[in-house]
Structures are given as structure tokens and as C-alpha cells.
Design a protein around this ligand. Sequence first.
Ligand code: ZN
Length: 224
Amino acid sequence: MNEINRDKALVVFSGGQDSTTCLFWALRRFREVSALTFTYGQKHQIEVEYAERIARENGVKWEQMDVSFISKLGANSLTHPEILMDAEKPVNALPNTFVPGRNLFFISIAAVYAREHGINHLITGVSQTDFSGYPDCRDAFIKSLNVTLNLAMDEQFVIHTPLMWIDKCETWALADEMGVIDYIRTQTLTCYNGISGDGCGHCPACKLRREGLEKYLLQKGASQ
Ligand code: ZN
């Protein structure tokens, strides 16, 4: 584990596995950690309740930000069901669950918020390894946005992406290293059907999460 950085950090926080892992990652490195949870139309209120509770339990200052305009701006299958009719897309097209501009808005808003609170470290759980084809989860985008935000506000923001180069299995390993694998497994919400912990078991989010966990537990068992 690295040395504690005596600075403040802001986590873009959904209350799911990835951003909760990032929250603990931040708590081990920064003097003061805040979390910002965005709501954008398709989110269940229960997800926000999980995020708030996790933040509170871990002494993290928490705030909710409504950015539901994002879903109105761009067409995606979550807010425009008729798009499902165009399922026959070219192989290389983006998934229709892609919310255009989401991470651009989230991280930009987080940066403005951070600036107002004297914070220059921003943390997001995006991963190029498990990026599902979303361009705004890729390292090049994050690095480009970091430069843009610094130029836009004449600041020295540092965007941290602890999960950028690791997959779900390795994300569970990171949680275990930090001693929080049981907490993340039982207290976070990743499921599209709003069921916490191991979730409904069959939605895409649950499948990705469970397959990563099973792979990790198998590896761990084999190494013991
Ligand atoms: Zn599920």
C-alpha cells in the first residue's frame, strides 16, 4: 500500500462494486475523502440510498447531484426504449446502453465541485479492461479530459483511475487486499434489478460481477 497523501480527494461514486473499491482505495491514500453521486434518469433511488449509506458508514462526506438532463440530451436504450427496435447494428457499433457524454459530464462536474471545495484529486472507477465498448471509459479519454479540465479552470487536477487496467476478478483481488471484500460483496449494489450483494444473479451487471468473483475465489483457493 502506498503512503498516505495528505490531500483531499473526491470519488465519483455510484455505490456499486467498482466505485466502492475506489472509495476504499482513496481512504487509504488521502487525508479527507468526499463522494459525489450522480443521478441521471434511469437510476433507481435505491442505488442512491446505498451510496449514501456506504459513504456515511465510512466517514465520507457525501453529496448527490442531479444530472438527469444527460438522458434527455442523448438517445440510449435506457431512456428511449424504441431504440431497441434497431437492434441490428453493425458489429462495431456502440452498445445501446451507452449514455453519450456521461463520464464527460460526471467528471467535469466533479472537477468544478472539487475546485469549489479545495480538492484536486479526482477518482473514478472506469476501466479500459472491462469497458464494454464505452469510449468514455478509456485511458486516452481520461488523460485528455484531465488536460482539458486543467486548462479550463487553470487548476492542477489529477484524475486517478485505480481500475483502469484491471478486470473484475482483479478488482475483487484489490478489495481483498484492502480487507473489504466481504463489505463490498454484501453492502454494495451493482444489479440492474436493484438487488444488493450478490444481486439477482442473471442481469448483465450481476453476471460480470459474479464471474469475476468466482474466478477470484477459485484462484485464491488454488493458491492456498
Ligand atoms: Zn442483477
